[in-house]
Design a protein around this ligand. Structure first.
Ligand code: FAD
Length: 527
């Protein structure tokens, strides 16, 4: 039987190994490895692949301590290596220690329990089983620290935070959080045991697990989180001001995004993460209409249709100031009424810049990023405002069901997403981004049947992009890519099921409608 579909692809967070790369990767490696030898025709392996992918995604940040890999023994060129490694059954799980040149074939995991949480805990044990001399190169210590060490931190200034997780002896959370934070700088994570009564008393800890935080300025306190779960602890620590993901030097994808700052960004503007800023939406529209579209000398055919539909959707759904909405409506009327098949872009610019201004219709003509400001000019800005705009529009479409009446889009739950898809594919300056977005749309957009599902689809896909861009060049170190909304914004959005983080999508939907709803858009800094 031919195997046309592969169980694992480059998109998955696992390392795909083959006969050439296997030994080179695992023998004398700076990290440990856990590898699943599978066969793509084996039913068990197929059923197990979602768990393996979920596990690999869950421990992606542990890679410098332990890598997760797969090798397909059903591929002809791997026949010999699987024989050499003595793989008789599928799947076979093998561990390989770091800095080991003696056990080149690794050790087999014999246990019958392959639940995600069990395997994750095994990985922690396995890392801990390394001798100090052969410890994975970049892995921090995992043993509990002594209370004297903790007391010595009190009142002492430091260059970074120290977080101490206090937990019971059989808890894995401390070690998991230490590993989760491994690729981050600005913070050291340690663990201590609740059996130390003196420590518990002195820190005032009643419930475990708890995180006690020592700040760089010498102060210290218990960290408040809504749920005592690994994901909450890790998320809060990653979000501390000054804690950043270390910039990787070998970023894989870094498509060039057009410079969108236009040199006007000078002063840092205070803003709240829990708000959406009209200034970002207006700056985004300004950039889109006056800069991005202006690179097209004329608009015709599909391009013209795309722009008409885009202006239709925005004019009907944009929850902005009267003067901006009116400007969009006038632009729309004008585009629709023109009998031309081909419109010189200058005419649109002239309309937006001059003619409408005479009648008091006005779209700010300078860029003012607020929630979208970046720590440098090339970061965030326009692409951030585009995401924000489309999230706002999907939420508007879901809350004002008659807004698109008589536009040809009425009763179409995909109105906003299809318009976005076409805009991004046709005009968005970052072509790679457009390609990726199109792939995601082709894969699953047809499953969206309601306006609520459209809101969630865009959220899910945006998170997929965030996951892909983690640690890449387009990540602003001051605004690390995360799975959003983080628990500080919406704690009820997050849950844990059998040790794995899961979203409560109903809560996410409610949160998105609130966050991107008209009443959460702040007019601050908007002209
Ligand atoms: P952004 O990702 O731009 O997010 C803006 C804001 O939206 C965040 O600050 C947060 O408040 C909120 N947010 C974050 N996640 C979610 C979510 N899941 N749901 C709802 N709100 C959320 N760059 C690349 O390098 N490669 C690509 O392939 C790529 N594809 C892109 C595709 C599209 C359609 C767009 C619009 C942009 C793409 N970009 C890509 C740019 C990239 O996604 C970011 O926009 C850019 O790096 C700026 O990041 P940011 O930190 O401002 O956050």
């Amino acid at each position: 039987q031919a195997h046309s579909t592969r169980l694992y692809t480059e998109e998955d967070p696992v390392v795909i190994l083959n006969s050439e790369s296997l030994k080179r990767s695992v023998v004398n490696s700076s990290s440990a490895w856990l590898i699943q030898f599978y066969s793509s025709w084996c039913g068990h392996c197929i059923q197990y692949s979602p768990t393996w992918k979920a596990l690999a995604g869950d421990v992606k940040d542990w890679a410098q301590a332990i890598h997760i890999g797969v090798l397909d023994c059903a591929v002809e060129k791997n026949f010999d290596i699987c024989k050499e490694f003595g793989i008789h059954f599928y799947p076979t799980f093998r561990y390989f220690k770091a800095h080991d040149i003696t056990n080149e074939f690794g050790k087999t995991y014999q246990g019958a329990d392959r639940e995600l949480q069990t395997v994750r805990q095994l990985m922690v044990n396995f890392i801990q089983n390394h001798t100090r001399k052969a410890w994975p190169t970049n892995c921090p210590p995992l043993d509990p620290i002594r209370s004297e060490h903790i007391f010595s931190l009190m009142g002492r200034k430091a260059e970074h935070y120290t977080a101490v997780i206090i937990e019971d002896g059989d808890s894995y959370i401390g070690r998991e959080v230490i590993l989760d934070l491994m690729p981050f700088e600005g913070l050291a994570v340690k663990r201590a045991l609740s059996s130390d009564k003196h420590l518990m008393e002195k820190l005032g800890i009643i419930t475990v697990p708890s995180v006690y935080l020592f700040y760089p300025n010498g102060t210290h306190s218990i960290m408040n989180v809504q749920k005592r779960l690994r994901f909450f602890f890790s998320s809060f620590l990653k979000l501390l001001p000054g804690v950043h993901r270390k910039q990787s030097t070998s970023s894989l994808q870094q498509p060039q995004l057009g410079k969108s700052g236009q040199g006007t960004q000078v002063e840092w503007k205070e803003f709240q993460k829990s708000k959406v800023y009209m200034a970002d939406l207006e700056s985004g529209l300004h950039y889109l209409l006056r800069v991005e579209l202006a690179t097209h000398k004329t608009l015709e055919g599909e391009e013209l249709k795309t722009i008409k539909d885009f202006v239709t959707v925005v004019a009907k759904l944009f929850p902005g100031q009267q003067s901006v909405v009116k400007l969009l409506e006038t632009l729309l009327e004008w585009l629709v009424s023109l009998p031309l098949e081909k419109i010189p872009y200058d005419a649109i610019l002239d309309l937006v810049n001059n003619k409408m201004r005479i009648s008091g219709l006005y779209l700010s003509d300078h860029v003012q990023w607020v929630g979208c400001q970046g720590s440098s000019m090339a970061l965030r800005g326009y692409p951030c405002s585009l995401w924000t705009l489309f999230h706002v529009l999907t939420v508007q479409a879901a809350s004002r069901l008659d807004a698109l009446a008589n536009t040809g889009f009425e009763d179409d739950p995909l109105a906003v997403l299809q318009t976005m898809r076409r805009y991004i594919g046709t005009f968005f300056g970052c072509q790679e981004c457009g390609k990726h977005f199109e792939e995601m749309a082709q894969e699953s957009l047809n499953q969206v049947k309601t306006v609520d599902e459209a809101v969630l689809w865009l959220w899910r896909k945006h998170n997929q992009v965030n996951a892909r861009l983690m640690g890449s060049m387009s990540e602003d170190p001051a605004f690390p890519k995360t799975q959003w909304p983080t628990p500080d914004l919406c704690s009820t959005c997050h849950e844990e099921e059998e040790g794995l983080h899961v979203w409560n999508e109903q809560m996410v939907l409610a949160f998105l409608k609130q966050h991107y709803g008209a009443s959460n858009i702040s007019p601050k800094y908007s002209s």
